[in-house]
Design a protein around this ligand. Structure first.
Ligand SMILES: [Zn+2]
Length: 44
């Protein structure tokens, strides 16, 4: 699931798998479908 977050009056969409942020929900969804990372090791 893509997670949305508001920051600096902008809405960002985050890949829950790897934590990558996108400014476009479709980009985020497309990335997440192809995201191999199941371990968000570099998140946090
Ligand atoms: Zn990802």
């Amino acid at each position: 699931m893509v997670e949305s977050t508001t920051r600096d009056d902008m809405t960002w969409y985050k890949c829950e798998k790897c934590g990558l942020m996108f400014d476009d929900r479709d980009d985020a969804k497309q990335h997440e479908e192809n995201c191999d990372s199941s371990d968000p090791s570099y998140l946090q």
